[in-house]
Ligand binder design. Structure first.
Ligand code: HPA
Ligand code: ZN
Length: 333
């Protein structure tokens, strides 16, 4: 079987996906029309053409502007539903999905609007094809810790639908240390904990995420290679890294895909996974991320097998469920 066919047919988990970053240009266009919102684009093609970024911040500016078309419960349902349908097409059987409450509450849209939309779409996918989904509430790190506390408190009616808390948005100048107290509170409440670290920011932010936030997983983390002691710690503790190749390329963390260090990380026995981050902005869903690794870095079948098994191993599923999927993956080889 050609590797691209194997990539599409294998059951996979996706662990690093921002739901707001899966907003398709066509849906953005339709929702703007529905709500009579003026977009700075004259066509769907112009929206797509605008997705050229110099760095993380230039992307985030476009990403938050795009999210402004999401106003009512049905908009959030459609956003989630569209991504879950993509999962079905791509054989993503389990997804751990981040959402940015503050990107909405900051515009006067409450949890009571977006959570029912998300929850209904997830329930339907679970029901219709047995997809499994967990939600990760992510704090915006360019805002204050006090605002993160408020965001966590506002989520209270929905705690049973949320698996973990995370940390995203502008990394440089906003170290994990800034959110030490709110992460301690989230852990006390029983949430799992993840954080973006070492994407654009220094490897020291990965140390902080581990020691000050007590993370179960690091999102990105590619800059760990700058610090051998950190690589040893990540290996010993098998702290997963949710790596996003197309994202790293689009945000100029790397110059070309041939320079991506994902396989260096894998060779060092780190628990590396492949993910799409913000697929509509970065040019591809999960299978495309695997395909570019094959094309640019000659990923072979054994490396694919390892990465896909890792996606289940690094997830927040129950152990028996992880093993069920890892056995299915192994059956392909
Ligand atoms: N990095 C940081 N924050 C984000 C990202 C990302 O890639 N996507 C959405 N928010
Ligand atoms: Zn991300």
């Amino acid at each position: 079987m050609p590797l691209s066919s194997l990539i599409s047919s294998l059951p996979k988990a996706e662990l690093h996906l921002h739901i707001e970053g899966s907003l398709e240009p066509q849906l953005m266009w339709d929702l703007a029309k529905k709500h009579a919102i003026r977009l700075p684009y004259a066509s769907v093609a112009q929206i797509e053409a605008a997705y050229q970024f110099a760095d993380l911040q230039s992307f985030l500016d476009v990403y938050y502007a795009g999210a402004s078309v999401l106003l009512d419960e049905d908009d959030f349902f459609k956003l989630m539903w569209s991504y879950l349908c993509r999962c079905r097409e791509q054989n993503i059987v389990h997804a751990e999905i981040m959402f940015d409450p503050q990107a909405h509450t900051g515009r006067g849209i409450s949890y009571q609007t977006f959570m029912p939309g998300f929850i209904k779409a997830i329930a339907r996918a679970e029901d219709e094809w047995g997809m499994s989904v967990k939600l990760i509430l992510s704090f915006l790190r360019h805002l204050s810790e006090e605002e993160a506390f408020t965001t966590l408190a506002q989520a209270k009616p929905y705690y049973r639908f949320i698996e973990a808390v995370g940390l995203d948005s502008s990394e440089k100048g906003h170290p994990p240390a800034k959110f030490k107290n709110v992460f301690a509170r989230a852990r006390q409440l029983g949430f799992k904990v993840v954080a973006h670290a070492g994407e654009e920011g220094p490897s020291d932010y990965i140390w902080q995420a581990i020691h000050l936030l007590g993370v179960d997983r690091i999102d990105h983390g590619v800059r760990c290679l700058e610090d051998p002691a950190l690589v040893s710690l990540l290996r010993e503790r098998q702290i997963p890294l949710t790596v996003c190749p197309l994202s790293n390329l689009k945000l100029k963390v790397i110059k070309d895909m041939g320079q991506h260090t994902l396989f260096t990380l894998l060779e060092q026995d780190l628990l590396v996974t492949v993910n799409s981050d913000d697929p509509t902005y970065f040019g591809g869903y999960l299978n495309k991320n695997f395909n570019v690794l094959h094309e640019a870095l000659n990923m072979d079948a054994q490396q694919l097998r390892k990465l896909v098994s890792n996606s289940f191993k690094a997830s927040f599923m129950e152990d028996a469920q992880k093993q069920h999927w890892i056995d299915k993956v192994n059956a392909y080889f």
